[in-house]
Design a protein around this ligand. Structure first.
Ligand code: F6P
Length: 335
């Protein structure tokens, strides 16, 4: 253990850097980390027990619900409620937000928006999935249950955000607005250990991640940008490589480390694209910006968008700043 920083120790040490911090945000992060270890255990034995497959029902997005989606949802909500520092949760899996009514929860200063198991179509085929979370300071007075407005704040108001990737190893990456740090789970001691301190995304990159099956439904500017990515260019060092896992967390995690752009644009029949602003795009945009990257909806910064609904969708272009800026040039010039 010599020289190893665990997540718990790191969080506590960081908290003491902020003289007025009360420790609630730190404890809330630890509740999330604990829940993610439980989910990790279940994801890892997914092939061994009867937890693969669907429940036979659909969620509010009309998507098929996997058994592990339900388990992850329940685990995170229970951990946040028991922790007592979170006054409510908005989840991809629940149509309405849940306001905790316990005596300590109603005094909790924070609310959490969460996608408990992102990329769940990949669960049954042993491909990385993830959890995405976003933490806000509530704007309603404490002492009463939280309200919808607490969750519908701009992404720039996030107190913290992060993701867990259940991949070849399990990692938790988070920010509280002072840089990004990544922790890898050491299963032998059951602890997340600091492995990626002060993560920075390369300003340029050679990877583009997008579902090109939708190419002919993309706006012309996106089609032109993708043609640019595939073309031979000495100066631009293109063609670039196409890499698309289909788990947003995994695609963004890879691009964060190696440089790259992830795109889920508007589609002809879905002008707001597919991804959800509150619990997918905002938390990942906060991470990527804190790591030095960029995230836009094609026109505006993602973190400046004011959500009006919990499950609203937005197009997103996110990743290395030079690549996102280049994509924006193509979007600006589309006729
Ligand atoms: O619902 C979110 C998500 O599963 C992302 O994790 C992923 O990047 C995307 O949807 C995949 O969507 P599609 O199958 O349309 O490419």
């Amino acid at each position: 253990m010599i020289g190893v920083h665990t997540l718990d120790e790191f969080i506590i040490r960081r908290q003491s850097d902020f003289p007025y911090a009360t420790g609630e945000l730190s404890r809330l992060l630890r509740n999330i980390a604990l829940a993610s270890k439980i989910v990790n255990r279940e994801v890892n034995k997914a092939g061994l027990v009867d937890i693969l497959g669907t429940t036979g029902s659909t969620n509010v997005q009309g998507e098929e619900v996997k058994k592990l989606d339900i388990l992850a949802n329940k685990t995170f909500i229970a951990s946040l409620e028991l922790g007592g520092h979170c006054s409510g949760v908005a989840s991809e899996e629940n149509e309405e937000f849940i306001a905790f009514e316990g005596s300590s929860s109603v005094h909790g200063k924070y609310v959490v928006a969460i996608d408990p198991l992102d990329g769940s179509s990949n669960i049954d085929v042993n491909v990385s999935v993830g959890t995405i979370f976003s933490i806000y300071r509530r704007i309603s007075p404490t002492g009463n249950p939280c309200v919808a407005e607490d969750f519908l704040q701009k992404g720039s108001e996030q107190a913290g955000s992060g993701y867990v990737i259940y991949g070849s190893s399990t990692m938790l990456v988070y920010t509280t607005g002072y840089g990004v740090n990544g922790f890898t789970l050491d299963p032998s001691i059951g602890e997340f250990c600091l492995s990626h301190q002060d993560l920075k995304i390369p300003s340029g990159g050679k990877i583009y991640s997008v579902n090109t099956g939708n190419f002919y439904n993309f706006p012309v500017g996106v089609q032109n940008y993708l043609t640019f990515c595939k073309s031979q260019g000495k100066l631009t060092k293109s063609p670039y490589s196409s890499r698309y896992i289909g788990s947003m967390v995994a695609d963004i995690h890879r691009n964060l480390i190696t440089g790259g752009i992830y795109i889920y644009p508007s589609l002809e029949d879905h002008p707001n694209g597919k991804l959800r602003l509150v619990y997918e795009c905002n938390p990942l945009s906060f991470i990527v910006e804190q790591a030095g990257g960029m995230a836009i909806d094609g026109v505006n910064r993602i973190l400046d968008k004011k959500p009006t609904e919990l499950h609203e969708r937005t197009p997103i272009f996110i990743g290395s700043s030079e690549m996102v800026s280049k994509a924006k040039e193509f979007l600006d010039n589309q006729s």
